[in-house]
Ligand binder design. Structure first.
Ligand code: SF4
Ligand code: SF4
Length: 352
């Protein structure tokens, strides 16, 4: 059994582990379907995806066709206007093979400008309210990477749930946003509990000083203001590991929290989370893969030589960047992508 937590005013008893839909965009269709089945078989009852996670909705939809009543199903729209959002909703329902969502969220409302756009007359919030009135969703949520925007959204009283980042490297939402949400009976879903998996990608490579999945999950799950934390799963073992960590939960001690957060934050809060929002580079530079090499290089400088080969295998190289800025505009973490790619290329192509 996975422990359950009340998802705010929705009244839904969510398993503390939910299935997140981003990483499965890199799984084959069949593999992703197996992951969704496995999550449900393990008792996970909260599934979250988004219209702009490529074929993630279709992959979940292939399972929802027969198992819709086993979960609380959430998706998101990045549209700004009512009209565009309603058009996205129609596609989401079709892809997810259902006629009703449990939760429809306004996606990545992370700047004051975007918040104003979705909240304005004719904005996406109106679409969500219409969808709720028409029985196409039960609840309305908002997802954001911005603490001030999340606070504003909670205070507005319009949202039943929020979704925010919370992990060993980024804890400010735990201090400010989640307590406010709890006070207002707004459900709290947490994305990127493993910081996009950066600790473990390093661990897999045998780097020292890494943080275990157990420690990262224990940190998130020990916060009583977290209602559900999303495990992104590209492989079956990702969801199995998350459920295992929930079942074996043990609160971290004060010393462990200090040790792990110090280590995680030493990586910098500005690490790439592999969210892949920057994949629309007109030059087709594989930005997420390169950004993660750059992160590892910063965290473990003695490993630089080993990254040469990895970088050499990525095409095209970062020197074709035209500095158009598209990637930085789409990065929700405001990472200095152009500068980092420039530095990475210089470092990994200069003669040793
Ligand atoms: S700035 Fe460079 S890396 Fe970023 S999208 Fe433009 S060409 Fe691609
Ligand atoms: S660089 Fe930014 S947008 Fe791109 S994958 Fe990393 S965190 Fe996401």
């Amino acid at each position: 059994m996975i422990r359950k937590r009340l998802l705010g005013r929705t009244g839904f008893e969510a398993t503390e582990i939910g299935l997140g839909g981003i990483p499965m965009i890199r799984s084959s269709f069949d593999k992703a379907v197996k992951i969704v089945h496995r999550a449900l078989d393990l008792g996970v009852n909260f599934l979250d995806t988004a219209r702009n996670y490529r074929d993630s909705e279709a992959k979940m939809g292939a399972v929802m066709r027969t198992r819709r009543d086993e979960c609380f199903l959430a998706t998101k729209s990045s549209a700004g206007t009512k009209e565009a959002a309603l058009a996205e909703l129609a596609v989401s329902l079709k892809e997810l093979q259902t006629d009703k969502l449990d939760l429809w969220q306004l996606h990545d409302v992370s700047t004051p400008r975007r918040y104003e756009e979705v909240m304005a007359p004719g904005g996406a919030l109106e679409a969500a309210k219409q969808a709720r009135d028409e029985g196409k969703c039960d609840f309305i949520g908002v997802t954001s990477h911005s603490v001030p925007v999340l606070e504003q959204a909670i205070e507005s009283g319009e949202f039943d749930t929020i979704m925010c980042v919370y992990n060993l490297a980024i804890g400010d939402t735990g201090d400010r946003v989640m307590p406010l949400a709890k006070e207002r009976n707004v459900g709290v879903a947490v994305m990127k509990p493993l910081s996009g998996g950066i600790f473990f990608r390093m661990a897999r490579e045998g780097a020292a000083d890494t943080i275990t999945p157990e420690a990262a999950w224990n940190f998130v799950l020990m916060n009583p203001n977290v209602d559900v934390a999303l495990a992104g799963a590209r492989w079956l073992k990702d969801i199995e590991q998350a459920v295992h960590c929930s079942r074996r939960f043990a609160a971290l001690t004060g010393d462990e929290i200090r040790e792990h957060t110090t280590r995680a934050r030493a990586l910098g809060e500005d690490v790439c989370r592999d969210c892949r929002y920057c994949e629309s580079c007109p030059e087709e530079i594989p930005i997420p893969a390169m950004m993660q090499i750059a992160d590892r290089g910063r965290a473990f400088p003695y490993e630089w030589p080993k990254y040469r080969e990895e970088y050499a295998g990525l095409r095209p190289h970062a020197d074709v960047c035209t500095e158009c800025g598209v990637c930085e505009e789409s990065c929700p973490f405001d990472l200095p992508i152009m500068e980092r790619l420039r530095h990475l290329h210089e470092r990994l192509t200069r003669p040793m």
